[in-house]
Design a protein around this ligand. Structure first.
Ligand SMILES: NC(=O)c1ccc[n+]([C@@H]2O[C@H](COP(=O)([O-])OP(=O)(O)OC[C@H]3O[C@@H](n4cnc5c(N)ncnc54)[C@H](O)[C@@H]3O)[C@@H](O)[C@H]2O)c1
Length: 356
């Protein structure tokens, strides 16, 4: 088992990465402070892992809620259901709320933990690759507003993140690929050698070869942990983690959040962000080709969905919550392993990129 540490403003917390951790009673119980536990999960994950997971807390008051599966349920209505269940089961301030699932469950549960009695103990047990390398790390929690994603939320770091790589054995291939998109993003913005390693080990990763998968998750978590440790509240470099995301958010919104997975939209967005980096004179077209080849090899989409017109994408980007008054803001690559924020990019420049 590997252990990383994240320094947050009001506490430092560990990320454990290993195998069989969903049943590691001793490890899990280290983070249960009182005698109450409340597990939040969804129908899919519950069928696979909930009965086993609950046995870790024998002897404690252990309640759970099983929500429907999907991004559409990351909303205030389900946040309320969690709070109502905590109230009706009389959970006290010393309770520990556990998110068992992918990023949807992690974000929603984290926001409930941040709000219940002004904040209670919270554990992240991410079960998708995307949640393991990205959403469970760094303390961002949120629910969606009907008009926009992640509009209501809080920075609320957990007491620990416990990553069981074995949980990925049941993950659908498409979801796995979506997680690889975020791993590739971490390599692109922070570590050229890791990017070259991913290129070299793409086949092993596709085959879920244990050692390669573990190395990819570990290095990816190290990169994200280091960035959020230096800039928890996104005053500066944490924004680099949004590489590809301005394009991705627009594509997700235009396709109704039900066509592209988040990681798939990020994959397309990263290709566009690389092209913008070329356009601005930072990287060579060969670098874009390498990114495109790696994403494709890992079964990720690399071109715009046909249903989205260039004008629709540009319009949608202007509504992105990270757009500034002065113009569009993007994260680009200054070179492989080094990201940069560029502002005031004109809609005309964006149109050129999208047409390429
Ligand atoms: N907080 C952050 O910093 C942050 C960062 C990136 C993404 N996000 C959020 O994360 C969410 C996306 O997360 P996601 O990609 O994990 O999606 P998800 O939570 O919807 O999970 C994807 C699918 O995998 C299923 N699943 C989960 N674990 C499984 C397992 N072990 N075996 C089989 N199936 C399993 C889920 O039920 C779901 O159907 C979005 O809401 C996004 O906004 C948050």
């Amino acid at each position: 088992m590997h252990t990383l540490t994240i320094i947050a403003s009001n506490h430092t917390y560990p990320i454990y990465i290993g195998r069989g951790l969903l049943a590691n009673q001793a490890l899990l119980n280290q983070y249960i402070v009182g005698n109450q536990v409340f597990v939040v999960t969804n129908e899919t994950v519950a069928k696979l892992y909930l009965p086993l997971f609950l046995t870790n807390f024998d002897g404690k008051q252990c309640d759970y809620i099983v929500l429907p599966d999907g991004e559409a349920y990351k909303n205030i209505a389900n946040w309320s259901k969690i709070i109502d269940a905590l109230m009706s089961k009389k959970h006290r301030r010393s309770t520990t709320i556990i998110a068992l699932g992918g990023g949807v469950i992690g974000d929603l549960t984290g926001f409930a933990a941040a709000c219940y009695q002004r904040g209670v103990n919270f554990l992240q047990i991410p079960t998708t690759l995307l949640a393991q390398v990205d959403s469970s790390i760094g303390g961002k929690t949120a629910v969606n507003h009907p008009d926009a994603k992640n509009m209501i939320g809080a920075f609320y770091p957990p007491q620990a993140v416990i990553i069981d790589i074995d949980a990925l054995k049941t993950l659908p291939k498409r979801e796995l690929a979506a997680g690889y998109a975020e791993i590739i993003k971490h390599a692109l913005i922070a570590d050229p050698e890791f990017f070259a390693w991913l290129e070299k080990n793409q086949q092993q990763l596709l085959n879920l070869e244990a050692d390669s998968l573990e190395k990819a998750i570990l290095r990816s978590c190290e990169i994200k942990a280091a960035i959020v440790g230096r800039d928890e509240f996104e005053q500066g470099e944490r924004a680099f983690l949004n590489f590809g995301h301005t394009f991705a958010h627009a594509l997700e919104a235009l396709t109704g959040y039900n066509t592209l997975l988040h990681g798939e939209a990020v994959a397309i967005g990263m290709v566009m962000a690389c092209r913008l980096s070329v356009e601005l004179g930072y990287i060579s077209p060969t670098m874009t080709e390498r990114v495109l080849a790696l994403l494709s090899a890992l079964d990720l989409p690399v071109s715009l969905p046909v249903v989205c017109s260039i004008e629709q994408i540009v319009n949608e980007m202007q509504h992105d919550k990270k757009a500034t008054d002065a113009g569009l803001r993007f994260i680009v690559l200054e070179q492989l392993g080094k990201a940069k924020i560029v502002e005031n990019i004109s809609t005309q420049q964006v149109r050129t990129i999208l047409k390429t």
